[in-house]
Design a binder for this molecule. Sequence first.
Ligand SMILES: Cc1cc2nc3c(=O)[nH]c(=O)nc-3n(C[C@H](O)[C@H](O)[C@H](O)COP(=O)(O)OP(=O)(O)OC[C@H]3O[C@@H](n4cnc5c(N)ncnc54)[C@H](O)[C@@H]3O)c2cc1C
Length: 472
Amino acid sequence: MNFLARLAEGLPHTPLLTGADCAPWAKDWTGAWSAEPLAVIRPASTAEVSQIMQIAHAHGVPVVPAGGLSGLVGGTHAPEALVLSLDRMKQIRKIDPITRVAVTEAGTILQTLREAAHEQGLQFPMTFGAQGSATIGGILSTNAGGSNVLKYGNTRDLCLGIEAVLPDGTILDLMSALHKDNSGYALKHLLIGAEGTLGIITAATLKLYPEPRIRTTGFLACPNLTDALTTLNRLQEATSDAVEAFEYMPMNYMQAYARLHPAERAPFDQPHAVNILVELASTAPRDAALSPEGTSVLQETFETSLAALMEDGLVTDAVIATNDTQRSAFWKIRECAAELSLEGPRTAIINDIALPLDQIPVFFDRMAAALPQLDAGATDMTVAHLGDGNIHYTVRPSSADLKDTIMAMVEADVRDLGGSFSAEHGVGLSKLNSMARHKPSAALATMRAIKNAIDPEGILNAGKVIPTDPAA
Ligand SMILES: Cc1cc2nc3c(=O)[nH]c(=O)nc-3n(C[C@H](O)[C@H](O)[C@H](O)COP(=O)(O)OP(=O)(O)OC[C@H]3O[C@@H](n4cnc5c(N)ncnc54)[C@H](O)[C@@H]3O)c2cc1C
């Protein structure tokens, strides 16, 4: 019996799509990778995922796990493969306000979990522009970052336990809610960030935090990036580390946003080279206390700090959101990043890099000198989670032929400055050459050994993350 017939027979109640019905899974968000999958299957339980993997394993058919398809590196590209979509596994099993954990299936949309936590006075702090599509399984598999990493860490830091199905169908139940557990290898950490190459994440136990009582959000202009980083440190000191987000947008980003959204009011009347969206949050009642004018203590501290920073010349302009509408308008500018970076017909190189904070200004000086030399017609667009050193430096070359040369140049500088070519989006297919160029050969060999041990047939998300061994 052929593979699809075997699946249909074994799982008669599980939707199995073929042909045109697979269209929604044929492309990821970027549209850079597209291919019609062999079929798409949509299980509703861990047991079904296990059964599917047993059949795929027996037939040697490649399987690609898929969540919200918002990944940016081609991780769900599935030519000739079975796409295993987690979109029906979206039950939030528990939100516990006492232990502050959420237990959820992997297909739950990030925003849905955030809203469910909010209803209990808690927050799941992972947040970024695609939170309305990205799933818990997807953010765990890519170890997603986002705007609040500065305060709460990456997805890895928010995960206590995990349940996954291995390539042969074995269910690995690691659904612990423990904050400490040193009983052998931390297998959950192998699965987090593995981009679906080692197992299919079916559920997770996640950390929750108290919902802040008060937030205050502003746009700042600084003379340069070094002053912006000093500003971050000064704000952290003044507010007992209340800075949740510290996001950088240069002048050409703000101008591109204004072009795309002419009806929106810009935060500043003047253009500035360095624009920072900063958000502070506190759970402490004392910070939420309001003055007779309706200003919170946290906002007053922010204003006092800004006055001192302006006096010292570290901040040259600032505007604080006075209501939720203005706060949303500020965040809308930041969350337009993917749209702005990928706007237009030309091939874009999405450099998702991490740098030591003090090397960030050096990196931009180097790019300003080197990029025009390689490609006089290239344009760039930056947006950065500046507080954690993650820069999205998107370059649009004048010709697709220059893509690899420019990528190699950027990565060489990043490596020279002690950084990483992949900060939060993952490797997928887009960064395979970068892995081959920059990952130490001993690290690649160890990854291949792990992959071979867990997936000897190489059926799970084959060809992603680990480049082919040139010696093989
Ligand atoms: C507008 C926009 C803004 C973004 N901003 C950020 C940002 O600020 N920070 C950031 O880190 N990322 C950002 N991203 C990318 C981010 O990586 C993805 O949005 C998200 O992490 C992937 O979730 P997903 O459910 O869409 O996964 P998919 O795109 O469906 O899959 C991503 C990868 O995970 C694997 N996978 C999916 N589900 C599972 C599972 N259950 N088990 C095993 N493997 C699985 C897939 O095979 C694939 O390799 C952004 C994307 C967009 C479009």
